[in-house]
Design a protein around this ligand. Structure first.
Ligand SMILES: Cc1cc2nc3c(=O)[nH]c(=O)nc-3n(C[C@H](O)[C@H](O)[C@H](O)COP(=O)(O)OP(=O)(O)OC[C@H]3O[C@@H](n4cnc5c(N)ncnc54)[C@H](O)[C@@H]3O)c2cc1C
Length: 312
């Protein structure tokens, strides 16, 4: 089958790889490439955050966890490491549905939880270093025979293909006229200091994280809905640092080495479904992954291949 994937972010590249592995002829078209994408801004911790519906994201997340762990073991160039982290919460909540799908999960003891948090858990998950992972994914798609082109798609029905896979991220707002897709702005800080274990408070209102890569730790965050501003905000920087210092008192501001901003493609639900365009071309949409595009990437790519098989 001649398939065209629109988008070179983590969603498009993962789909391209899976379609190529399934025997498709793949052409990938994207307006922009790494390192200028939202995917390059991802922190990136495996953790289902700001993505719905939970019954599907838990499944896609579990499939992705297994694949990222496998890649971490066999593909050193992909930049994936397994790390432990602690999620702190301000109230007792139901335990996450994905807890049985990961290698380590336990509820924290009271004396392991700093004030003002009252509840929390420790978990092990992949940390995906996007400066390594994105080039690795693109190289993998090329190695499997994928053809990669730069280009802006104005209308999906103009694409000459047996199947179109739409992984245009926030670009789908315009491409598909989808106003359910909204930016959720995220600002991060890079610091050359290791917190030992990741520390998180991932409630959108209080969003705080320290995600240890091998070279830097990524500090966040913000989750500003409908905010298109790509400039670094000093107020956000101060807010992030004070939130991170509350979970990591040893944080040393003199070790900050960079900052970035990205717009999460947030939607009431991830759009992963097929549609037949008026010209008869089948399209599989795969966008709207919010703050979990990396976390869901392989599960969604596998689902895209299943849908493609159903289309024949
Ligand atoms: C600060 C921050 C931290 C994050 N941390 C995490 C994390 O820890 N874990 C996690 O899982 N996720 C995280 N995310 C979310 C994650 O980055 C996104 O969910 C994911 O990158 C979305 O990937 P995508 O491939 O769908 O979109 P994108 O990366 O935006 O790629 C979209 C692609 O489509 C192309 N495109 C768009 N429109 C067109 C068009 N008309 N024609 C041609 N090409 C087009 C673009 O050029 C681009 O190539 C974070 C996001 C931010 C901003």
């Amino acid at each position: 089958m001649r398939s065209v994937v629109v988008g070179a972010g983590v969603s498009g590249l993962s789909c391209a790889v899976r379609l190529l592995e399934a025997g498709h002829e793949v052409r990938l078209v994207a307006a922009e490439f790494s390192p200028d994408l939202v995917s390059d801004r991802a922190a990136a911790l495996w953790y289902p955050f700001l993505a719905h519906p939970v019954e599907k994201t838990d499944r896609w997340g579990a499939e992705t966890y297994a694949e990222l762990m496998r890649l971490g073991e066999i593909e050193p160039a992909a930049g994936i490491t397994m790390r432990r982290g602690r999620e702190y919460l301000r109230e007792q909540v139901e335990l996450p549905g994905w807890r049985d799908d990961i290698t380590h999960f336990r509820v924290l003891e009271a004396d392991e939880i700093p004030e003002p948090w009252v509840f929390g858990w420790e978990f092990e998950s992949p940390i995906i270093e996007m400066p390594h992972y994105m080039p690795w994914l693109l190289a993998r798609a090329r190695e499997l025979g994928g053809v990669v082109e730069r280009g802006e798609v104005g209308d999906l029905s103009e694409i000459d293909a047996d199947l179109v896979v739409n992984c245009s991220g926030i670009g789908a707002r315009e491409l598909c006229g989808d106003n359910d897709l909204r930016p959720v702005r995220g600002q991060v800080i890079y610091i050359e200091q290791d917190p030992g274990f990741g520390r998180y408070d991932q409630q959108p209102e209080t969003l705080t994280y320290t995600i240890p890569r091998r070279d830097v730790t990524v500090l966040g965050g913000t989750a500003q809905v409908d905010d298109w501003n790509l400039e670094i905000s000093e107020a956000d920087r101060e807010n992030i640092l004070s939130k991170c210092q509350a979970v990591w008192p040893e944080l040393d501001r003199s070790k900050i080495v960079g900052e970035a901003v990205g717009l999460r493609p947030s939607r009431s639900e991830v759009r992963l479904e097929s549609e037949i365009l008026s010209n008869g071309t089948p399209v599989i949409h795969n966008y709207g992954h919010g703050g979990a595009g990396v976390t869901l990437s392989w599960g969604c790519a596998d689902e895209v291949v299943r849908l493609a098989n159903q289309l024949g």
